[in-house]
Design a protein around this ligand. Structure first.
Ligand SMILES: *Cc1c(COP(=O)(O)O)cnc(C)c1O
Length: 368
């Protein structure tokens, strides 16, 4: 009999399914890469900021050297922009890294982690990787039910993950509800507030998570440069928490987890308010364009506060796969979400106006 390596809980993990790469779809369907529209991974349709590109070119001169393992310049930029001390910051290889560091630093095999049904796929992965026991709380109208999540915390719970806005549903929890939740959480349970899409929130939706970090030693806020800042391929994100928790995460962080190009590009992007504003405005416009089309086509969608929308493409559980395939054949890549327990739905990232139009056209053909 073949030897089974590793613990059962690692063998039980279903690997993360990302958006299909453009080159792969071109090969599989015999299409020209230039004609393919990818709206599958919530990437910034504007590409990277020019300021970041220039910063990377300059950083190229030193690429034979190891990166700054403490990310001095990047922490200084984050510190300045968000008014937090540098020793409250943990840098990550994407914010994904921050989520995993939290699980590794805080959860022992058998201890529990609370998160919502239909929340980000990395929460179950990070939980399982450390042998944690997932407590999945049923969603309320596709979003987090914070009252039920607080009630689900048990004596062995070490971590709670909250995504706001949530991916893949786009649902948003208002600041008052989060503040009330934080009050209910026992002090030994760490709350990770994952704010990967916070830059897309409207002025009325905004709340001050960093004020809560000052109040709660058990709160870790995570942010990313992958979405509104346009640097997904570089892998850079960060966590903000009080020094106690930050110190713990940094003990198990790989010393060089954020590479030199990523650090340089992130410093430039954080200072580029023009790019960030343009990204958010383009998203607002694109969202309106998408929603107008869904309404005219009578397609059910979940109102979204992120840079993507979840739509229902049929009433049977083969619908997501079927419509996804029909879109792929037309060179449009979106994200099936059956792995989230949403087989009748697809998640569409908001793109450039012409990309959105190409998707809407392809969707009409696919549903005809
Ligand atoms: C995209 C995303 C992230 C992180 O992405 P990174 O590229 O690893 O920074 C984190 N949380 C949610 C909810 C996301 O959708």
């Amino acid at each position: 009999m073949a030897i089974q390596f590793g613990p059962d809980y690692v063998r039980a993990i279903a690997p993360y399914q990302g958006g299909k790469p453009i080159a792969e779809v071109a090969r599989e369907f015999g299409l020209d890469e230039a004609q393919i529209v990818k709206l599958a991974s919530n990437e910034n349709p504007l590409g990277m900021p020019e300021s970041s590109r220039q910063a990377m070119l300059a950083a190229m001169a030193d690429i034979a050297r190891y990166p700054d393992s403490n990310g001095f310049e990047l922490k200084a930029a984050i510190s300045k922009k968000f008014s937090v001390p540098a020793d409250w910051i943990t840098l990550g290889n994407g914010s994904n890294d921050i989520l995993e560091l939290a699980a590794h630093a805080l959860v022992q095999p058998g201890q529990s982690v609370v998160y919502s049904q239909y929340s980000f796929a990395v929460y179950p992965l990070a939980t399982q990787a450390v042998g944690g026991r997932a407590i999945v709380v049923p969603a309320n109208n596709f979003g987090h039910d914070l009252t039920a999540m607080a009630a689900a915390i048990t004596d062995d719970t070490r971590l709670v993950f909250i995504a706001n806005p949530n991916n893949p549903t786009g649902t948003f929890i208002d600041g008052a509800a989060i503040a009330a939740f934080l009050k209910m959480v026992p002090p030994q349970v760490v709350v990770v507030l994952d704010e990967a899409y916070t830059e897309y929130l409207s002025a009325q939706q905004r709340y001050d998570a960093l004020a809560w970090v000052k109040q709660y030693p058990n709160l870790l806020v995570s942010r990313t440069l992958s979405k509104a800042y346009g640097l997904a391929g570089l892998r850079v994100g960060f966590g903000i928490a009080q020094p106690g928790l930050t110190d713990l995460l940094n003990r198990i962080r790989q010393p060089f987890n954020v590479n030199s190009h990523a650090q340089a590009a992130a410093v430039a992007a954080l200072a580029d308010d023009v790019f960030l504003t343009r990204s958010a405005e383009l998203n607002t416009e694109g969202y309106k364009q998408m929603v107008a089309a869904f309404e005219s086509m009578n397609i059910e969608y979940v109102p979204s506060s992120g840079n993507f929308v979840l739509i229902r493409v049929g009433q049977d559980d083969a619908a997501g796969g079927r419509v996804n395939l029909a879109l792929l054949k037309q060179g449009v890549i979106v994200r099936p979400v059956a792995n989230y327990g949403l087989p009748q739905w697809l998640r569409i990232s908001i793109g450039l106006q012409e990309e959105n139009a190409a998707f809407i056209h392809a969707l009409k053909m696919a549903l005809a």
